[in-house]
Design a protein around this ligand. Structure first.
Ligand SMILES: Cc1ncc(C[n+]2csc(CCOP(=O)(O)OP(=O)(O)O)c2C)c(N)n1
Length: 334
């Protein structure tokens, strides 16, 4: 059951009351979906788990991410795929009584604690006679995006609705991943999600996306932050060599690395220090589009996403900062 670097012969638990899923290649999602359907436990999935592709799983997919997880009393967690980006996951570090069973392509626990954690190759999930007791109900929580239509999370919802069937979507490393997971609903048919995550996650984001887009016959969308875009300005040189450059690079320009404005330990620093940490700026990405002879569109309202050019296209979104702030305040107190 275990391979080199995995759980070292530990037999995986086989009863679960919650599934956390993230970072599954669409082919891996096809492999694990039947097991999850049979298991019947609630699933909190990130977009990159690609589990929305299976209609039979829709009743098990719980909305509201972090908020839903906060109200969750699960003590036996099945994690599938990549390490989840939820705070809930990191807090499991200090909850050794919660049993965590990982099935993943990477032989890492994703938690520093060793007690009550085991890790197994993804394929071995298929051999597991898994069962679920689901002794409690996990309620989904929907964010009220309509009340803040020009906030960053609401823009993720607008983009989700603009994706045609068969699109490949690549989510940038920072807030786009978190905000997309919050706004996530079942997208058009056959939309697949990919992402870069981790300590060096903003490095080469546009280049990585273009690699993912290269073999795609449909549209390919990248959704990333402004600093991440600034970090990889040379990437579009390859576009001229791609067979099917139906490429949309969506830059969510909030004027800096705004993920750092959400880090509680930084909140009390003087504004000058926060300005430096966030690398605040007021740059436009129009000259970037011009440099690489790409079309450019600065969208002001969601309707601007209708009937966009075939591309390659840079879409710059300037979310309304006061609506974004008001959204987060409302969401935190909901
Ligand atoms: C190569 C590299 N350097 C630094 C970081 C740390 N880091 C994580 S997110 C981030 C800021 C990203 O800013 P932006 O792309 O504008 O997205 P936002 O936070 O506004 O969503 C930085 C610098 C990283 N992930 N990768």
């Amino acid at each position: 059951m275990s391979g080199a670097g995995y759980g070292g012969g530990v037999t995986p638990a086989n009863t679960f009351d919650l599934v956390l899923a993230a970072g599954l290649h669409p082919d891996d999602a096809v492999m694990v979906a039947p097991v999850l359907i049979k298991l019947g436990a609630p699933i909190v999935a990130e977009a990159t788990a690609n589990l929305h592709l299976f209609q039979a799983l829709h009743p098990l997919l719980i909305e509201g991410g972090e908020k839903a997880l906060k109200m969750c009393a699960a003590t036996r967690i099945l994690r599938i795929g990549a390490v989840p980006s939820w705070r809930f996951w990191r807090d499991l570090e200090d909850r050794p009584e919660v049993m965590v069973t990982n099935f993943s392509r990477a032989p890492f626990r994703g938690l520093a604690r060793e007690v009550n954690v085991s890790t197994h190759p993804l394929e071995s999930l298929l051999d597991l006679p898994a069962s679920s007791t689901v002794p409690w109900e996990l309620k989904g929580v929907s964010p009220d995006l309509d009340a803040f239509p020009l906030s960053e999370p609401a823009w993720m919802g607008h983009l989700l609705r603009a994706l045609p069937a068969g699109s490949r979507v690549f989510l940038g490393n920072s807030l786009p991943i978190r905000e997309w997971n919050l706004a996530m609903k079942v997208p058009a048919e056959g939309v697949h999600f990919y992402a870069n995550r981790g300590a060096n996650g903003i490095d080469g984001l546009i280049s990585t996306f273009l690699g993912v887009a290269a073999s795609n016959a449909g549209e390919s969308w990248l959704i990333l932050g402004d600093l991440s875009a600034l970090y990889d300005l040379a990437a579009p040189w390859i576009i001229q060599q791609l067979d099917n450059p139906k490429i949309r690079i969506v830059i969510v320009n909030n004027g800096g690395g705004k993920i750092f404005s959400q880090v509680s330990s930084l909140r009390d620093l003087p504004d000058k220090a926060r300005e430096v940490i966030e690398n605040r700026h007021d740059m436009s990405f129009e000259p970037f589009a011009k440099l690489w002879r790409m079309d450019y569109l600065q969208v002001q309202n969601p309707m601007d996403l209708d009937g966009i050019s075939d591309g390659p296209l840079i879409i710059e979104i300037r979310p309304d900062p006061s609506q974004t702030e008001a959204f987060w305040a409302a969401w935190q107190s909901q």
